[in-house]
Design a protein around this ligand. Structure first.
Ligand code: ATP
Ligand code: IP8
Length: 254
C-alpha cells in the first residue's frame, strides 16, 4: 500500500563534502526498498542545491533571477538522477517542482498553491518533489523551500500513515552524534517532548538547521507519526517496513 511520505536526506543521497556528487547506488537501493510504499517521495539538496546556494548567497542576501536559476538547475540535475532510478523500477510518478507551487516571504513559507496538489492526489498520482528555490516576496527575491517543509505541506494534503526522514545517522540524538560522543539516540518520543529535549539541553551543537528540522517534525507529528532512520542501513529499513524491530527515532502523533 502506498501510505508513506519518504524524504531522502541530502546527507544520504549525495556526498556533502564534494560539489554535486550523487550516491547513485544508494539512491537506487533506497528507491528499490521503498518503491511500492511511498505516495510522495521528497529529496533534499545535499552537495547539489546547498553548494550553489552558498556560492550565490541564497538566504543571506537578495539574489538575481540568474543566480536563483543556477541553484534550480543544480537541483534539477539531482532530481533527474532520482527520476531515472524511479523509471528503472518502473514507478509511475510525477515530478512537481516547488518553484511552481510555493511562495516564500522573508525566508519562510508564505503560500502554497494547494489546489493542483489536491487534484493530483484525488486522481491517484504519486509525486516526486524536492527542496528548491522559490520566489520570495520579501527582501530576498528568492529563497529556499526545504524538503523538510515540503514533507509538512504534503503531509497536510496526503494524510500519510507516516512520514519517514532518512539521514546519515541513526535518528535524532540529544546532541549532534558526529561531534559529541555522549549524544544519545532518542528512540520514542512525542513531538512536544522532542522540542523540549533540545531546548532543555545545554548543548550548543544543535545547529539552526537541526532545530528547524525538529520544529518541522513536531508540526508533522500533529498530523501523523514521524520516523527518522539511517538511510545507509538497508536491512534496518527493510525490518522497519515489515514491522520488525528497528533502530531509529519514532516521533508519536499527539
Ligand atoms: P539535506 O538538508 O541536504 O536534505 P539531510 O536532511 O540529510 O540534508 P542534514 O541537514 O545534513 O540532513 O542533517 C543531518 C545531520 O545533522 C547529521 O549528519 C548529524 O550530524 C547532524 N545533527 C546535528 N544535530 C543532530 C542531532 N541532535 N541528532 C541527529 N543529527 C544531528
Ligand atoms: O536539502 C534544499 O533542500 P533541503 C534545497 O531539503 C536547496 O534543505 C535549493 C538548497
Amino acid at each position: 500500500m502506498r501510505d508513506l511520505i519518504v524524504k531522502l536526506g541530502g546527507s544520504v543521497i549525495t556526498n556533502k563534502a564534494v560539489k554535486e556528487s550523487p550516491r547513485i547506488d544508494v539512491i537506487r537501493s533506497l528507491v528499490g526498498i521503498f518503491k511500492d510504499r511511498f505516495r510522495v517521495l521528497i529529496h533534499g539538496g545535499g552537495s547539489f542545491g546547498h553548494y550553489v546556494a552558498y556560492e550565490v548567497g541564497l538566504n543571506r542576501r537578495p539574489v538575481s533571477f540568474e543566480d536563483a536559476l543556477k541553484v534550480m538547475k543544480s537541483m534539477d540535475r539531482l532530481s533527474n538522477i532520482v527520476l531515472r532510478s524511479l523509471e528503472e523500477f518502473n514507478v509511475k510518478i510525477l515530478l512537481m517542482r516547488p518553484r511552481e507551487f510555493v511562495i516564500n516571504k522573508e525566508l519562510r513559507l508564505y503560500k502554497v498553491f494547494e489546489d493542483v496538489l489536491v487534484k493530483y492526489k484525488k486522481r491517484g498520482a504519486n509525486i516526486l518533489t524536492h527542496g528548491d528555490v522559490v520566489v520570495d516576496i520579501g527582501r530576498y527575491n528568492f529563497s529556499v523551500c526545504s524538503g523538510d517543509v515540503l514533507a509538512l505541506i504534503f503531509a497536510r494534503i496526503f494524510r500519510p500513515k507516516a512520514v519517514i526522514f532518512l539521514s546519515d545517522v541513526d535518528g535524532i540524538y540529544t546532541k549532534d552524534p558526529k561531534r559529541d560522543p555522549s549524544a544519545k539516540l532518542i528512540e520514542d518520543i512525542s513531538g512536544s517532548e522532542l522540542v523540549g529535549a533540545f531546548e532543555g539541553s545545554s548543548s550548543t551543537d544543535v545547529t539552526g538547521g537541526m532545530k528547524l528540522k525538529v520544529e518541522t517534525i513536531k508540526r508533522i507529528s500533529e498530523i501523523t507519526d514521524v520516523y527518522v532512520l539511517n538511510g545507509f542501513k538497508l536491512d534496518n529499513l527493510k525490518r522497519f517496513l515489515s514491522g520488525d524491530d528497528f533502530v531509529g527515532t519514532r516521533i508519536r502523533k499527539e
